[in-house]
Design a protein around this ligand. Structure first.
Ligand code: ADP
Ligand code: ASP
Ligand code: MG
Length: 415
């Protein structure tokens, strides 16, 4: 008997009708003779609503209590799906993260999974039950309930698939697969039949919200056969695998983008060996994630340093820089918000020089200002004004030959 793991995201379990549909899907798989583990997210936008409740009480909710609060969302879903299954005459059991043996670091709100003790899940499967696991949650060594970061149910599913050596891990969502760009923004986005782990990892890290980056990391490390597909329509999804063949010799597989980027520039820091380490340690100690960093020598041998952060962290970052002016010894600090990061990703870039040059040419033609740039082996990112983001993405999508043909567009719209 094969074991399969599947995950249904928030919109796919958004109301009772959808929950009943998920239960029927599980029953069908079990009738086919499969052992089925199903990971679910909180219903619809309920995690957002829980966050709002906390924010109505305090500006800085206690991280432990926040995890206690947010994990209730997934618990609602697992129990309702089990009730729906029992109505269909299927034996089923719901398990919280800790009951499913999902152990994490002792960190709140963004914990990494450290181990999965899957014996309990396996025991219920062997007893012929459908197993429903609450996504996005685990337990730390000190016995605290933790969460894996927003979107983390994907990671629960892939990690369980790895631990159970499942045949496949299907991520059911509100689109028909992984597209060349987010189809909500880019009307000509095209569904990919397959994509390589490394490309998907870059896309996810660079803002393509369709998969949680750590889920892709797990899938790559444990060679999990990962499929992204629609929970509404029975159409082929996208296979995420070790090596995907690039159609028509394209160099770019897809585009990712994210808003809410702020660039901070600190001018005339002293040109010392430890300047960068002091500055970025101060920021790291307060949990501020820094993305792109640019360092430049001034004519009089001082240093100008620019870096980008999530705009949500701007106030905190400026406070740290101001509070430590004496130690940092800079002259001025400036910032620019309302920026976005646009990235092109494709493993074909490794062997094709000039991809970045072509990207800059397209942005220049569109009169998009480039504020910062970063590259990896298989990605190039440019920070641009937020209001030019969609225009830039659409132009790059067309230039790199990713636009869908008419027939494919119809499917994207339906998804
Ligand atoms: P779920 O609740 O099922 O986890 P998410 O909202 O987290 O769903 O992820 C699905 C969404 O990801 C889609 O609705 C789509 O707007 C967005 N998305 C971003 N980039 C892509 C992409 N490259 N391909 C497909 N969807 C994408
Ligand atoms: N419910 C959580 C969130 O909204 C986890 C998830 O859906 O993956 O982020
Ligand atoms: Mg998601």
């Amino acid at each position: 008997m094969t074991t399969v793991v599947q995950k249904f995201g928030g919109t796919s379990v958004g109301d009772v009708t959808k929950i009943k549909r998920v239960a029927k899907k599980i029953k069908r798989k079990m009738d086919d003779g499969q052992k089925v583990v199903t990971v679910v997210s909180a219903m619809g936008k309920s995690t957002d609503k829980l966050v709002e409740l906390a924010n109505d009480i305090t500006d800085s909710p206690d991280p432990r209590e926040m995890d206690m609060l947010l994990t209730t969302g997934e618990q609602v879903t697992i129990s309702l799906v089990v009730m729906a299954l029992k109505e269909l005459g299927v034996d089923a059991v719901s398990l919280t993260g800790w009951q499913a043996g999902i152990e994490t670091e002792d960190v709140h709100q963004d914990a990494r999974i450290t181990d999965i003790k899957a014996e309990n899940v396996q025991k219920h499967l062997d007893e012929g039950k459908a197993v429903l696991v609450a996504g996005f949650q685990g337990i730390s060594a000190s016995g605290n309930i933790t969460t894996l970061g927003r979107g983390g149910s994907d990671t629960t599913a892939v990690a369980l698939a790895a631990a159970l050596e499942a045949e496949t891990c299907s991520i059911y969502t509100d689109v028909t697969g992984v597209f060349t760009a987010d189809p909500r923004y880019v009307k000509k986005a095209r569904k990919l039949d397959s994509i390589a782990y490394d490309e998907m990892l870059e896309l996810a890290n660079l803002g393509a919200g369709v998969l949680h980056p750590r889920a892709v990391e797990f899938a790559k490390n444990y060679n999990v056969s990962l499929i992204v597909r629609s929970s509404m329509e029975d159409v082929e999804g996208t296979l995420v695998e070790e090596e995907a063949t690039m159609e028509q010799n394209l160099v770019v597989r897809g585009l990712a983008f994210e808003e809410n980027v702020t660039k901070i520039t600190i001018e005339r820091l002293p040109n010392r060996y430890d300047t960068m380490s002091v500055l970025f340690t101060l920021l790291a100690e307060k949990g501020i994630n820094v993305d792109i960093i640019i360092q430049q020598m001034t004519a009089d041998h001082g240093l100008n340093v620019s870096f980008s952060i999530d705009t949500a962290n701007l106030g905190k970052a400026l406070d740290i820089i101001h509070d430590n002016k004496a130690e940092l010894c800079y002259s001025t600090v400036r910032h620019e918000s309302s920026l976005a990061k646009v990235s092109i990703v494709g493993s074909g870039m490794v062997s094709n020089p000039g991809v970045a040059a072509n990207m800059f040419k397209v942005l220049a033609e569109q009169e998009v200002a480039i504020k910062m740039v970063s590259t990896s082996e298989i990605a190039v990112s440019a920070v641009v004004p937020e209001e030019t983001m969609v225009k830039a993405v659409e132009a790059l999508h067309a230039y790199f030959d990713l636009d869908a043909k008419e027939k494919e567009k119809i499917e994207a719209v339906k998804g």
